[in-house]
Design a protein around this ligand. Structure first.
Ligand SMILES: Cc1cc2nc3c(=O)[nH]c(=O)nc-3n(C[C@H](O)[C@H](O)[C@H](O)COP(=O)(O)O)c2cc1C
Length: 220
């Protein structure tokens, strides 16, 4: 099939877009408003977009509380959503009214970031603490509630890693088991069984691709 995505004429019972852009990491966004009311919600339109300096983005489909709070306070956190925290992550996505503390609702312990005054999930093995850099209002975003799409870009100024997840100098994501958002209502779990290591290829002087060498554990 081939269809005009502008009209979304796929003819399928459900839009396949997110099943194609998959797996997506889940940024579990912690924020608070000026009154100090905490907020937590998962965002799978989430990713790291650069290193040195480190920037991340999440995208709010509609004018949601995480975006409102990030704009109000200038900061937010992104905790790593892991397999053992799936139920809490899912509960924290409920459309609760503004000011509801989803940390409490989902039975999690909130702690304030070390570098930013925004809450994060203390049960999570890794947290990115972010200063809001910019919000991009995508076309046709009117800033009215439940409309528009907004890309929230944050500068990561602090990173927390639970030391027990550091093995041989690497963050042991196989132990952490991050969740991946797939299409529809599907999820994946990254662990030792379904991940693998492969070195980057190199070229010889003649421009030919050399057989890929075993990875020696060093990473540039
Ligand atoms: C795994 C998962 C990923 C989600 N990703 C997004 C997303 O990328 N963008 C979005 O607007 N909503 C997303 N949602 C829905 C929000 O979490 C939900 O609307 C939530 O109530 C927003 O909370 P807030 O208003 O407190 O920010 C996702 C939900 C789940 C369960």
């Amino acid at each position: 099939m081939h269809y005009d995505a502008r009209k979304n004429e796929h003819g399928l019972p459900h839009d396949p877009f997110k099943a194609i852009v998959a797996p997506r990491p889940i940024g579990w966004i912690g924020s608070q408003n000026k009154k100090g009311q905490k907020n937590l919600a998962p965002y799978s339109y989430f990713n790291g977009v650069s290193d040195q300096p480190h920037y991340v983005m999440f995208s709010s489909n509609g004018l949601k509380d995480s975006l409102t709070n990030a704009e109000e306070t200038g900061v937010f956190t992104a905790s790593l959503a892991t397999s053992n925290l799936f139920d809490q992550m899912n509960i924290s996505s409920v459309p609760a009214k503004y000011g509801t503390d989803e940390f409490e609702l989902s039975g999690l312990t909130a702690r304030q970031g070390n570098y930013v005054d925004a809450p994060c999930v203390s049960e999570s093995p890794a947290v990115l603490e972010c200063e809001l850099w910019k919000v991009l209002d995508l076309p046709h975003s009117s800033r009215k509630k439940n409309t528009g799409n907004y890309i929230v870009i944050g500068h990561v100024i602090g990173i927390y890693i639970d030391d027990s997840f550091i093995k041989n100098g690497l963050f042991d994501f196989k132990l952490a088991e991050p969740l991946g958002r797939l299409g529809y209502m599907d999820y994946g779990i990254i662990n030792a069984e379904n991940s693998f290591t492969k070195n980057r290829p190199e070229l010889n002087e003649g421009g030919e691709v050399l057989p890929v060498k075993e990875w020696d554990g060093s990473y540039k």
